[in-house]
Design a protein around this ligand. Structure first.
Ligand SMILES: Nc1ncnc2c1ncn2[C@@H]1O[C@H](COP(=O)(O)OP(=O)(O)OP(=O)(O)O)[C@@H](O)[C@H]1O
Length: 279
C-alpha cells in the first residue's frame, strides 16, 4: 500500500537536533473552572519525548490524558508550567505539532484532497505554492494508502478510511511531533489492527516522534518505546516502562506478557479496581 512518495523531503534547516528532546514538558498544571469550583485535570507533569520516540499514555478515564495532549497541542492554555519543542517554548498551536483525534473531524462538504488542503491552509501554517500544495496532498494520500479516493467525500469513506484521511491531513503538515488521542478506539478490531500496522509503517519510514493516548495496553505495547501510566485526582504520571523489544511486535505478544501484567497490576492499583474487572 505504501508508495515511493512516502519519503518526505526535509530541508537542512528544519532537521531537528537529536541532542535536544523533541518535546519537553515541565511542571505542567491544568485546572478547569466548573460549576462546583476548580477541577485539576493534571498537575506537575514532567515529560521528555526524544526525537523519533513513541510514547504511549495509559490511564483510567478522567485522569487527564486528553487534557494533557490538548494542552501540548496548544488547543488550551496550561495554568502553570512550560512546553518546549526542540528547545523553543510553545505558547500556542504550532505548525509542526499535529494532532489526530478519535473522531476524524472531517469537513463533509470537502473531498479527500480538499480536506487535506484545508489543513495546509490554516492561518498558522507556512504559505505553500500550488505545486507544493499538490505534492503535499499526493504524498499524504500515498502515505495512508488512499490513492484513488482523492475525489471521494467523507460520507463515501469507511470508518477506517476516514481515520486514514484524518491522519493524512495531519501528516501533510509534516509535523515533527504527532499527538494521537485514541485514534483507533472507535474502529472495529480488524480495522484497528490495520491502522496500527499503518501507523507502525509511518513511524518507521518518517521517523516521526509520537505521543499517543490509548486505553489499550496491547496497542501501547505494539507501538510504544515507552509506556507511561497516569493516575488521577489529580492527573499525574505514576509509572513508566521502557519497551525495548524490536518492532514490529505482532508475533511477540508472549515476550511482552510480563510487562503487560506489570502494567495491568499498576493500572489496577491506580484505579483501585481488581485486575479481573479491567480485562
Ligand atoms: N473543558 C472542560 N471543562 C471542565 N472539565 C473538563 C474539561 N475537559 C475535561 N474536563 C475534566 O478534566 C478531567 C480530565 O479529563 P480528560 O478528558 O483529560 O481525561 P482522560 O484521561 O482523557 O479521560 P478519557 O480517557 O475518558 O478520555 C475529567 O474530570 C474531565 O471531566
Amino acid at each position: 500500500m505504501m508508495s515511493n512518495l512516502f519519503t518526505a523531503p526535509v530541508s537542512q534547516e528544519t532537521l531537528p537536533n537529536p541532542d535536544i528532546p523533541l518535546l519537553a514538558v515541565q511542571n505542567l498544571h491544568k485546572q478547569y473552572q466548573t460549576r462546583r469550583g476548580f477541577l485539576t485535570a493534571f498537575e506537575g507533569i514532567n515529560l521528555n519525548v526524544e526525537l523519533g520516540e513513541v510514547v504511549c499514555l495509559l490511564g483510567a478515564s478522567g485522569c487527564g490524558k486528553s487534557s494533557l495532549l490538548a494542552t501540548i497541542a496548544g488547543l488550551q492554555q496550561a495554568d502553570r508550567g512550560e512546553i518546549y519543542l526542540q528547545g523553543s517554548r510553545l505558547t500556542s498551536s504550532h505548525p509542526q505539532v499535529g494532532m489526530v483525534f478519535q473522531d476524524p473531524c472531517l469537513l463533509p462538504w470537502l473531498n479527500v484532497a480538499q480536506n487535506i488542503a484545508f489543513g495546509l491552509k490554516l492561518k498558522h501554517m507556512p504559505k505553500l505554492t500550488k505545486p507544493e500544495l499538490r505534492t503535499r496532498i499526493a504524498e499524504a494520500i500515498a502515505q495512508v494508502g488512499l490513492q484513488g479516493f482523492e475525489r471521494s467525500y467523507p460520507h463515501q469513506l469507511s470508518g477506517g478510511m476516514a481515520q486514514r484521511l484524518s491522519l493524512a491531513r495531519t501528516l501533510a503538515r509534516r509535523p515533527q511531533l504527532l499527538l494521537l488521542d485514541e485514534p483507533f478506539s472507535a474502529l472495529d478490531a480488524i480495522t484497528r489492527l490495520d491502522m496500527q500496522n499503518l501507523l507502525l509503517q509511518i513511524i518507521s519510514q518518517l521517523q516521526t516522534t509520537v505521543l499517543m493516548v490509548t486505553h489499550d495496553i496491547d496497542e501501547a505495547l505494539l507501538v510504544g518505546d515507552r509506556v507511561l501510566l497516569m493516575a488521577r485526582h489529580p492527573g499525574r504520571i505514576h509509572q513508566e516502562w521502557r519497551i525495548t523489544q524490536p518492532k514490529p511486535r505482532f508475533q511477540q505478544a508472549h515476550l511482552l506478557s510480563e510487562v503487560r501484567f506489570n502494567i495491568l497490576e499498576s493500572l489496577s492499583t491506580v484505579m483501585d479496581t481488581p485486575v479481573s474487572r479491567i480485562l
